[in-house]
Design a protein around this ligand. Structure first.
Ligand code: GLP
Length: 252
């Protein structure tokens, strides 16, 4: 696992977007899995800017949704795919037929989860996985207690995740209690993974993730056993790490 530390939000977004663009330049027909949340906002902003200046195209790429709230329709502002469409997908040139989302209203959740896994399988798995880090160490909605070989499924969100997601939806009662997530069984096979960690409120969990024991109580620690993982953190998020690599811009 490689750790890259940048100093501020602008550099964070630019670096994340540059890594995505470099990856797509190598393999334009990549299968991508991208996160929602606050953390990747500056990356999406930069990717949209790069697309506008014709430096990147997503027209040959496929995107498979990482996670979403179960029971929340696409028309609901809380739907995570709708959020991603507004922030990013509609502003670049993905082909609609190559976008795959969880049917959050599926009655048979197990069949829907299996359908998403089979889509990934048909595309040869994930080429580039970009993740955020949950405040309790979750990745996607793989909450503490998730097994390394856990499948794509509906999970009950932990109280900590409900509290942290309440800031988006006003109050905790507005946060859906269940979510679909791609399972660690498929995430762990991604050819390349970039974990984005931003802000002083993530410093404690990043330290545990990098320096603590590998445990299912902190699913992000499994990233340490995966091939080709890069953690991109800003200085605030990296502030509690015992051993820090130099700031990225010192090498530029
Ligand atoms: C959410 C999502 C994750 C996201 C994480 C961090 O619950 N399920 O996919 O990466 O929490 O969110 P944020 O970037 O807003 O801190």
């Amino acid at each position: 696992m490689q750790l890259l530390i940048v100093k501020d939000e602008a550099e964070f977004g630019q670096t994340a977007a540059r890594l995505v663009c470099e990856f797509l330049a190598q393999k334009p027909e990549s299968t991508l899995v991208f996160p929602t949340g606050n953390t990747p906002l500056s990356m999406y902003e930069e990717l949209v800017a790069q697309f506008a200046s014709e430096k990147v195209s997503f027209s040959r790429a496929t995107l498979v949704e990482l996670d979403d709230y179960y029971g929340i329709a696409l028309q609901d502002p809380r739907n995570l795919f709708a959020w991603l469409q507004n922030i990013f997908l509609r502003q670049v040139d993905f082909r609609p037929v190559r976008l795959f989302r969880f049917n959050t209203e599926a009655e048979d959740a197990a069949a829907e989860a299996a359908r998403m896994e089979s889509i990934l399988q048909a595309h040869g798995g994930i080429d580039l996985l970009v993740l955020g880090l949950g405040p309790n160490g979750h990745i996607g909605f793989n909450e503490p207690g998730s097994e390394l070989l856990g499948a794509t499924r509906v999970v009950n969100l932990t109280h900590e995740s409900l509290i942290s997601n309440a800031r988006y939806w006003g109050e905790i009662d507005n946060v859906p209690s269940q979510g679909f997530t791609l399972g660690l069984n498929v995430l762990r096979k991604a050819a390349k993974t970039i974990l984005l960690v931003n802000g002083s409120h993530k410093a404690g969990i990043l330290k545990q993730m990098v320096e603590g024991p590998i445990t299912d109580l902190l699913p992000a620690t499994y990233l340490r056993e995966m091939p080709n993982v890069l953690v991109l953190a800003n200085a605030a998020a990296a502030s509690l790490l015992s051993r820090k690599p130099s700031l990225l811009n010192e090498h530029d």
